[in-house]
Every structure is written in structure tokens, then in C-alpha cells.
Design a protein around this ligand. Structure first.
Ligand code: FES
Ligand SMILES: [Fe+2]
Length: 330
């Protein structure tokens, strides 16, 4: 994990009026909403005697532990200990760790790391996905480290092999470039120039120019990706880390071609089996990669076409080092 980042961890529709217990980043967490609808993410362990809070209920805007009824607010502070009487003050130490949350675009993010800075910016999303778009979605579990799942979605070399009968049809095995363009210090685009092998060598990224429009891959650190298929159709994925060996792929197909309600929902729903079929072609090979987590120096022999993966690894390493560097003395 890269510390001090906003991670997409849930879809808004997964958290309704009951607490939900999930593992994210190797930790058991409970997600719930208070009576204003604000989403809260707490460590899923009651400070009293260790019961899972996700087995409790939400009452009067508080999360109530199922064992002895302690009530928590959205920050994780205990507001009431029923056995002590309703007028008894609650000691400060009755507090479970809570994560800062952010919700937009139907996703829930948590701030993972140290105390967030006062000028913390909200997480970045794909700002060209406006309200004209609707989407279908699926949650797909992978027995893989999230870094490997991300790298797979940045991998242009695998297309004619893994997807020979779907999105990689046509035998375009030769990889020109690809071209990687950084658009912010936490986001880059990948332009793909695969072609049939005519005996000429692959062109180097410097020999290529960025296409005016159309297909590209977009990645936002730490765990969001968009396949910009066209102005009107996209696939978005969030790579949600469960633990060191498991990831859930939150997959969405966005489009604004069909806008009539119902018809649009049907169209979006029908798109998902194909998108999942493609994802499962990837999953079949990615789960076999060793070592499980990716890294800069893991002994792999990379080639020119792996450029996006190298860029991802380099920046990921830098971000990890920035977040874990000891503070410089004043
Ligand atoms: S364990 Fe939660 S109230 Fe006792
Ligand atoms: Fe793939």
C-alpha cells in the first residue's frame, strides 16, 4: 500500500441502512451511515470487549454494538454506555479508530495513512464523466495483490494473447511505443499503437505522436483506471485492496449513447457480461503471477512495451518513499 492516499474502497450502493463489515487493506472495517446519510468507516472492533461492530445496528444515528449496547458516532467516539446510565459521562479513551471518508460518483474513498493535512484535497476522479453518463457495474474478486491487477490494466502487450478472441482480436502482436503521458503528478495516460508484425522494428515512444482523440487508458493513483474507449463509452475500474493476496475489481461500464431511463439501465446491464468475460481472461493469468505484490526490483525482465508498468512502479515507489521518509529537521 502507498500510505497517505485516498483509496476507493466501496461502492455507495453497498452501504445502505445497515452496517457492513468488510476487509480492506488487510483490516476489518465497518461502514455505516448516520441519520443524515453520512458514511462512516471505523475499525470493526468494539473498544469494550472486542465484538465486531458490523454485527450491530444503527439507532438514532449511532452505531450500536450488539453485545452491551455501546453507541458510537461517525468519528468512532463512544457517546453512550448504557450500563453506566444515560447521564454518565463517557471517558475520552472510549474511541475506536475511524478513517476519513469521501463519497462522490457512487464511490466511497477512505484516507489511508497518517492524520490528513489541514489543506487535504478531495480525491481526483475522471472529470469528463459528467451527468450525461450512466453505468452498469460488477464487483469481481481476484486472488491477487492490487498492484498486479493495476499493472494488468496498463499492460498493452498482453492484448493479442490473453484477449485473442475478444478485445485483442486481429493478431496485433507488435507493440509500437506505447506512449505514456503524465497529466498530473498522480495521473497518466497510455496511448496504444499495437499492430501486425510486418518485420519492421517497434517504433520507440519518441517516434510517436499522441492521437488527437479516441482510445487511451487513464490511471489515477493509487487505484483508479479508465479505459477511454471513445467520447461516449468508457470502462472504469477501481482496484480495491482487500489484503496482500486479494483484490476486488469494481468494474463499471459508462456510456451516454442510450439515455432513456429503463432502456439505458437495460443497455448498461447487458454490457457487463462481456466486460466480465474480458476481466476473467485477465484474471486467469494474473492470479498466477509471483511474487504476488509488484515492485521496482522483483527480478522481472521487462521489454519496451512494458513502459506503462515501469512508469507505474517508479511513481508508486516514489510515493511510498515520500510517505515513509523521516521528517527533515527544521
Ligand atoms: S463488546 Fe461492544 S459493548 Fe461490549
Ligand atoms: Fe486484459
Amino acid at each position: 500500500m502507498i500510505p497517505n492516499q485516498w483509496y476507493v474502497v466501496m461502492d455507495s450502493e453497498q452501504v445502505k441502512d445497515r452496517p457492513v463489515g468488510v476487509t480492506r487493506m488487510g483490516e476489518k472495517l465497518v461502514f455505516w451511515r448516520d441519520d443524515t446519510g453520512k458514511v462512516s468507516c471505523l475499525r470493526d472492533k468494539c473498544v469494550h470487549r472486542g465484538v465486531q461492530l458490523s454485527k450491530g445496528t444503527v439507532i438514532n444515528g449511532y452505531l450500536q454494538c450488539p453485545f452491551h449496547g455501546l453507541e458510537y458516532d461517525t468519528s468512532g467516539r463512544v457517546k453512550r454506555i448504557p450500563a453506566n446510565g444515560k447521564n454518565a459521562p463517557v471517558p475520552e479513551r472510549f474511541k475506536v479508530h475511524g478513517y476519513l471518508t469521501y463519497e462522490d460518483h457512487g464511490f466511497i474513498w477512505v484516507w489511508w495513512g497518517e492524520e490528513p493535512p489541514a489543506d487535504l484535497k478531495p480525491p481526483r476522479f475522471f472529470d469528463d464523466l459528467d451527468d450525461s453518463f450512466s453505468y452498469g457495474r460488477a464487483y469481481d474478486p481476484w486472488d491477487a495483490h492490487y498492484s498486479r491487477v493495476i499493472e494488468n490494466q496498463l499492460d498493452v502487450v498482453h492484448l493479442p494473447f490473453v484477449h485473442h478472441n475478444t478485445i485483442g482480436r486481429g493478431g496485433r502482436t507488435l507493440v509500437d511505443g506505447p506512449l505514456v503521458q503524465w497529466v498530473a503528478d498522480d495521473a497518466f495516460y497510455v496511448y496504444v499503437f499495437n499492430r501486425r508484425d510486418d518485420g519492421t522494428p517497434p517504433r520507440r515512444p519518441e517516434e510517436l505522436s499522441k492521437p488527437v482523440d479516441g482510445f487511451r487508458l487513464e490511471f489515477i493513483f493509487p487505484n483508479l483506471w479508465q479505459n477511454h474507449i471513445s467520447e461516449q463509452t468508457r470502462v472504469v475500474a477501481a482496484f480495491v485492496p482487500v489484503d496482500e493476496a486479494h483484490t476486488v475489481l469494481y468494474l463499471r461500464f459508462y456510456q451516454n449513447l442510450v439515455r432513456l431511463p429503463l432502456l439505458r439501465e437495460l443497455f448498461n446491464w447487458l454490457s457487463m457480461p462481456f466486460n466480465l468475460l474480458v476481466a476473467h481472461q485477465d484474471r486467469r493469468v494474473v492470479v498466477t503471477q509471483r511474487p504476488k505484490p509488484s515492485g521496482l526490483r522483483i527480478g522481472e525482465k521487462l521489454i519496451q512495451g512494458d513502459r506503462p508498468i515501469v512508469e507505474y512502479r517508479r511513481r508508486r515507489q516514489e510515493l511510498i518513499e515520500e510517505a515513509t521518509a523521516p521528517p527533515t529537521p527544521a
